[in-house]
Design a protein. Structure first.
Length: 144
């Protein structure tokens, strides 16, 4: 039987992902970044697997549902919003960033417990990040 049904490509190399989609029929290809979600779906890929979906899964779902329902303009706009969020979340080390945001929003200090090489963001960094995220229309208080 089949050994593998698909792959998550975290390389960010579009040509690589596209090559797999085009050359291996019935093999699910997931991008490792939300920024390529709509692109991979349009070419026959399966979707996206990413750590930041812990925070922005509803935005990923908007892109997927619009694409699935053939609402191209809605999908394109949702993808632009999703890409803006993803780029904002790339300003700091991902694990430190997500755990620091969760700690701040939930007042659960244990989220700030990290093993090296990870370290919590500074309070002013968390504040700046939250402001940027709010500026993109994401209300963390409704998310966590």
């Amino acid at each position: 039987g089949d050994i593998a049904a698909g792959i998550k490509d975290s390389s960010g190399e579009w040509k690589n992902m596209l090559g797999i989609v085009q050359n291996i029929p019935d093999f699910m290809v997931y991008t490792g970044t939300e920024a390529l979600l709509l692109d991979i779906l349009k070419k026959g890929g399966a979707g996206c697997i990413t750590a930041t979906a812990n925070l922005i899964a509803p935005e990923c779902q908007r892109v997927y549902q619009a694409w699935k329902n053939n609402k191209q303009k809605v999908a394109e706009q949702a993808q632009m919003n999703l890409t803006d969020l993803r780029k904002t979340l790339e300003n700091y080390p991902l694990v430190s960033e997500l755990k620091s945001l969760f700690a701040s929003e939930t007042n659960a200090e244990e989220w700030g417990n990290m093993l090296p090489p990870f370290a919590p963001l500074l309070d002013d960094q968390v504040g700046e990040l939250k402001e940027q995220i709010r500026g993109l229309g994401l209300d963390l208080s409704q998310r966590l």
